[in-house]
Design a protein around this ligand. Structure first.
Ligand code: GAL
Length: 881
C-alpha cells in the first residue's frame, strides 16, 4: 500500500476535522449526485463496491524501514524532499494553505518540532488548543497526501523560548536539563510517552496508516555531549533507548548525534551536508536541517541566503548519495506572544524561508527550489538503484553518474570553483558550468536544471499602510478620527510589594518567566547642601546587569534605557540622572527579551541587576547594590489582564483623540475595523518604542523597532558564489530589524476589534498602522539557453518566461519588457545595446489581463537574428492589480 493510497482514505475518514474537509465532503456529494443523474444503477453499485474495497484497504498500515541508501516505504526506496513548518508559528487557519504551498513547491514531507512548553503548562496539565493543536496539524498534512517527520525532542532549541523545555522544570528541585539526571529524564520520558500515545490514539504513525514516517529524540546533543562530562553519553544512550521502547513502528533519528546507537539514524544539520556520512554503513544519508536563510535578533541585520546557493547545497547532497533533505525553515512564521527564544530573537521568524512569514511564496526562492525538486525527482530511480561512478573533470569539477540495470542514467555535474565558470566535456558533449553550480542531467545528456540559473519569477512585495479605522461599534465613529483610551502605569511598585531584600535577586528566578518585567526599587536621600544640587550638575547612574534590558526611572521620570547588544545579554552603562533634595525614588524596570534557547547548561543563564551605583556625591560613590530593594513582578496591566475581553474594564481608561506621545509605561486601547481586502496584515510599529501588542486578546508579541547598526556590512546584491554564512548577504543596516508584526487575518472580526498596546519607553500611537502585504508585481529574466524540462530534443528553443500574479489579481500592465541584452534587477531592469522594439507589445499580447502567462523566447515572438553574436535574454516586469 503506498502513501498516496492512504491519503485518500484519510481524506474520506477525517472530513469532520476542518472547514476545508467539510467543503470537500460537500464536493464529494455534489459529484455523487451528478453521477447519479447520468449513471445507471448497476454502474453506481459497481462503483460503490469498488470504493468500499478501496477504503477497506487504504487504512492499512504501511511499512517504513531503511537501508544504507534511503528510507524504504512499503518496499519502495524513496527520495524525499522535506520542509519544516512549525505549527505554533502560524495559526490553524493558515495551516492548509501553507501545507498546500509546500506541496506545490515539490515537497513530500512536513517536518515539525513538538513544543513541550506550549503543551505542558504545569506538570501533568496539557494544552492542545488553538495554535497548539498538534493532531489537527498532522491531519492536515495527512489530508494533503504528504508524510510527516515528528521531532519530539523534547529539547528543540529552535530560537524558541527556553529551547522548548518548560520553565517550571528548572524549578523542580535537583533538575539539570539534558544530562543523566533523574528528574529531567523522568519528566522527559513522561512527555514523550504522552505525545507518542496521542499520536497512536489518532492512528498517525505510518505503522498505523498515518503520515508520520520518522520521529526524533533530543536535538543536536552530539555537539554538546562531551561538555556534560560523565552525564553526557549515558544520557544520549538513555534517550535513544527510551525512544526505541516507545514502539512507534517507524525509525527514530537523532540529528548531529555522531554516536547514535543502532537502529537510531544520525542525521546532519548544516548549510551544507554533502560531505556528511552516517555512523554506520546500514543507515541512509539524511539532512534534517538545511537552513535556507537565518533568524534575526532585535538590533541586528536581516540575513538572506541566495536561492542559487541553497539549490547548490541540495543538488550536491543528492549528488553525493543523500536521500532525504529538509529545509529548516520552509515557512518560519512568527514567534507570537513571548514564545521567541533569546535573548533578543525577533517576533518575526521569517527566516528568509521559501514561504514568507505571512504565508506567501517567496519568489524566486520558492520557484527556483520547486524546479530543483522537479529535476531531482526525474533522477530518483537511477539515483536510488545504482552506485555512482565519480569522474573528475578538472581540479574543482566533477560528475557523479548513476546508471541502473534498466539502463536509466542520471548525472550531476558540479563546478565547485567559487569564482570561475568552466566549460567541460562529458561523454563527448561540452557543457558550460557557471561557478559554484550543479547541472542536473536526468538522462545523462540534457541539462534540465542548473542551480545558478534562476528562471523563476521574482515577486515584488510591499506593505501598504492603512490608517486605523474606528470601528462602527466604537463611540469614536462620529469623531471620524480614532479615539484612543489610555492607562499609564506607575513607575515602581504597584499594589503590594512582592518582597523586600538586601541586595539583588536574579530576574528569571523571580519572575519564573511569567512576564518579561521585574521592578527593582529603592530610594536615595540627597542632602539639600549636596554639591551637585548647588552646581546644577547631574550625578551619574552606573548599572551592571546580566541582561536583557532596563529602563531606569527616578521620581517617576524615565532617565535612561539600556540593553544587551545583539545576542549578548549582559550590559553596563553610565548615564546622568536627575536627583532632588530629600528622598528620591529609584525604580528600575528590568526586562527579559526571550530566554536562552540553546547551549550547554543554558537553563542556568540568569538575568537582572548585579550592581547599581551613583557617582557624583561629595562624599564619594554611593553603592546601592547593598541597599534594601523592594521587588514587584510584572506590570499592573498584565496582572489585571487588561488586554483580554474579561479584563478590559479592570482599570480606568482615559479616552482621548490625542493620546500622549512619548509617554513611558502607557497602555493604549482602540476599537478598530478590520483593514480592507484579504491580504495578510502586519502592524506597523515604527513610531513606537518597545513593548507588547494584542488584538482581541490574542498575543501579537513583543515589538521593538530597534535599529541595526550602520557600521555593519550590508549588500545590495548578493554574490551567491562560495560558502554561505549568516552574515554574508545581509540587508537592513541602519533600519529597524523588525518594523511590522504579523496579525493573522483569522484574529480579526469585521469590526469591533480591540487593539491593545503596552508601550514601555514612549511612542506616537497615532502613527500605528495596519499594513497589507501585497504582491504589486512580478518579474522574470530568462536567457535563450535556459534549461527546460523537455527531455526530448526539440528543433526550437523553448526557453520561456512564465509570470503569475497572486490570487484575486491579474496582469494589469507591462512595466518593462526587453528581448536582447537587458541588465539590472527586478524593479530596475534597463535596456541594453541590443533590444527588440516589439518586446512590450509581444508580452502585452500574451499576458495582459491574464492571471498567468508564458512567453516563449521563440523566433515567432522575437527577432532572434539581430545582434546575432550575443546570447539574448528576455526581461519582463508586470504589474498585478
Ligand atoms: C539548529 C537547531 C535548530 C535551530 C537552528 C538555527 O542548530 O537544531 O533548532 O536553532 O540551529 O535556526
Amino acid at each position: 500500500m503506498t502513501h498516496s493510497d492512504c491519503k485518500i482514505d484519510v481524506q474520506c475518514n477525517n472530513t469532520h476535522h476542518s472547514l476545508e474537509s467539510g467543503r470537500e465532503e460537500k464536493e464529494h456529494w455534489r459529484l455523487a449526485m451528478k453521477l447519479c443523474s447520468v449513471a445507471s444503477l448497476a454502474t453506481l453499485l459497481f462503483s460503490l463496491l469498488l470504493l468500499s474495497l478501496f477504503f477497506a484497504f487504504s487504512s492499512a498500515a504501511y511499512n517504513v524501514t531503511y537501508d544504507r541508501r534511503s528510507l524504504i516505504i512499503d518496499g519502495q526506496r524513496k527520495l524525499l524532499i522535506s520542509a519544516s513548518i512549525h505549527y505554533p508559528r502560524s495559526v490553524p487557519a493558515m495551516w492548509p494553505g501553507l501545507v498546500q504551498t509546500a506541496k506545490e513547491g515539490g515537497i513530500d514531507v512536513i517536518e515539525t518540532y513538538v513544543f513541550w512548553n506550549g503543551h505542558e503548562l504545569s506538570p501533568g496539565k496539557f494544552y492542545f488548543g488553538g495554535r497548539y493543536d498538534l493532531v489537527k496539524f498532522v491531519k492536515i498534512v495527512q489530508k494533503a497526501g504528504m508524510y510527516l517527520i515528528l521531532r519530539i525532542g523534547p529539547f528543540v532549541a529552535g530560537e524558541w523560548n527556553f529551547g522548548g523545555v518548560p520553565v517550571w522544570l528548572h524549578y523542580v528541585p535537583g533538575t539539570v536539563f539534558r544530562t543523566n539526571n533523574e528528574p529531567f529524564k523522568n519528566y522527559m520520558q513522561k512527555f514523550m510517552t504522552f505525545i507518542v500515545n496521542l499520536m497512536k490514539q489518532e492512528k498517525l504513525f505510518a505503522s498505523q496508516g498515518g503520515p508520520i514516517i520518522m520521529a526524533q529524540v533530543e536535538n543536536e546533543y552530539g555537539d554538546t555531549e562531551s561538555i556534560y562530562g560523565d552525564g553526557g553519553k549515558p544520557y544520549a544512550m538513555w534517550a535513544a533507548k527510551m525512544a526505541l521502547s516507545q514502539n512507534i513502528g517507524v525509525p527514530w533519528i537523532m540529528c548531529q548525534q555522531y554516536d547514535a546507537p543502532d537502529p537510531v539514524i544520525n542525521t546532519c544539520n548544516s548549510f551544507y551536508c554533502d560531505q556528511f556520512n552516517p555512523n554506520s554503513l546500514n543507515k541512509p544519508k539524511m539532512w534534517t536541517e538545511n537552513w535556507p536563510g537565518w533568524f534575526k535578533t532585535f538590533g541586528a541585520r536581516d540575513p538572506h541566503r541566495p536561492p542559487e546557493d541553497i539549490a547548490y547545497s541540495v543538488a550536491r547532497f543528492f549528488q553525493k548519495g543523500g536521500s532525504l533533505q529538509n529545509y529548516y525553515m520552509y515557512h518560519g512564521g512568527t514567534n507570537f506572544g513571548r514564545t521567541s527564544g533569546g535573548p533578543f530573537i525577533t517576533t518575526s521568524y521569517d527566516y528568509d524561508a521559501p514561504i514568507d512569514e505571512y504565508g506567501l511564496a517567496r519568489l524566486p526562492k520558492w520557484g527556483h527550489l520547486k524546479e530543483l525538486h522537479n529535476a531531482i525527482k526525474l533522477c530518483e530511480h537511477a539515483l536510488l538503484n545504482s552506485e555512482p561512478t565519480l569522474l573528475s573533470l578538472g581540479p574543482l569539477q566533477e560528475v557523479d553518474i548513476y546508471e541502473d540495470t534498466s539502463g536509466a542514467c542520471s548525472a550531476f555535474i558540479a563546478n565547485m570553483d567559487d569564482k570561475n565558470d568552466k566549460i567541460i566535456e562529458f561523454r563527448n558533449v561540452s557543457y558550460q558550468l557557471p561557478a559554484w553550480s550543479v547541472s542536473i542531467l536526468p538522462d545523462c545528456k540534457k541539462v534540465v536544471f542548473n542551480t545558478a540559473k534562476v528562471g523563476s519569477q521574482t515577486s515584488i512585495a510591499e506593505m501598504v499602510p492603512e490608517k486605523l479605522q474606528p470601528s462602527v461599534t466604537s463611540p469614536a465613529k462620529d469623531l471620524k478620527s480614532l479615539k484612543w483610551e489610555v492607562f499609564v502605569e506607575k513607575a515602581g511598585i504597584w499594589g503590594e510589594a512582592d518582597f523586600v531584600r538586601n541586595g539583588f535577586v536574579d530576574h528569571i528566578n523571580t519572575t519564573k518567566d511569567t512576564t518579561d518585567y521585574l521592578w527593582y526599587t529603592t530610594s536615595v536621600q540627597v542632602d539639600e547642601n549636596e554639591e551637585f544640587l548647588r552646581k546644577g550638575s547631574q550625578p551619574m547612574l552606573l548599572v551592571e546587569s546580566k541582561g536583557h534590558a532596563l529602563h531606569a526611572f527616578v521620581n517617576q521620570k524615565l532617565q535612561v534605557s539600556a540593553s544587551g547588544n545583539g545576542t549578548v545579554s549582559p550590559f553596563k552603562f553610565r548615564s546622568p540622572i536627575s536627583l532632588k533634595a530629600g528622598k528620591n525614588e529609584i525604580a528600575l524596570l528590568s526586562m527579559t527579551v526571550g530566554l536562552q534557547n540553546a547551549g550547554p547548561y543554558y537553563e542556568w543563564v540568569g538575568a537582572g541587576l548585579t550592581s547599581v551605583k551613583i557617582e557624583g556625591f561629595s562624599n564619594g560613590i554611593k553603592d546601592l547594590s547593598t541597599y534594601t530593594w523592594t521587588y514587584k513582578t510584572g506590570l499592573q496591566g498584565e496582572h489585571l489582564s487588561i488586554y483580554k475581553a474579561d479584563g478590559l474594564n479592570n482599570v480606568n481608561w482615559v479616552s482621548t483623540s490625542e493620546p500622549p506621545e512619548k509617554q513611558p509605561l502607557a497602555w493604549y486601547k482602540a476599537v478598530v475595523d478590520a483593514p480592507p481586502g484579504d491580504e495578510p496584515i502586519g502592524l506597523d510599529m515604527i513610531h513606537m518604542g518597545k513593548g507588547l501588542a494584542w488584538l482581541n486578546g490574542e498575543e501579537v508579541g513583543r515589538y521593538w523597532p530597534r535599529k541595526a547598526s550602520t557600521h555593519e556590512a550590508c549588500v545590495d546584491k548578493c554574490d551567491y558564489r562560495g560558502k554561505f554564512s549568516p552574515n554574508k548577504c545581509s540587508t537592513g543596516c541602519g533600519e529597524p530589524t523588525q518594523r511590522w508584526y504579523h496579525v493573522p487575518r483569522s484574529w480579526f472580526k469585521p469590526s469591533g476589534n480591540i487593539l491593545v498596546i503596552f508601550e514601555e519607553i514612549g511612542g506616537d500611537p497615532t502613527q500605528i498602522r495596519f499594513s497589507r502585504r501585497k504582491i504589486k508585481g512580478v518579474c522574470a529574466l530568462v536567457s535563450e539557453d535556459h534549461p527546460s524540462f523537455e527531455l526530448e530534443p526539440r528543433l526550437e528553443d523553448k526557453a520561456t518566461v512564465t509570470l503569475k500574479c497572486p490570487r484575486n489579481s491579474r496582469i494589469s500592465s507591462v512595466k518593462f519588457a526587453s528581448f536582447g541584452t537587458p541588465t539590472g534587477m527586478c524593479g530596475s531592469y534597463t535596456k541594453g545595446d541590443c533590444h527588440d522594439p516589439d518586446s512590450t507589445s509581444v508580452v502585452e499580447k500574451v499576458c495582459l489581463n491574464k492571471k498567468e502567462c508564458a512567453v516563449e523566447l521563440t523566433e515567432q515572438n522575437f527577432n532572434k537574428g539581430s545582434c546575432s553574436s550575443t546570447e539574448k535574454k528576455l526581461a519582463v516586469e508586470v504589474v498585478c492589480g
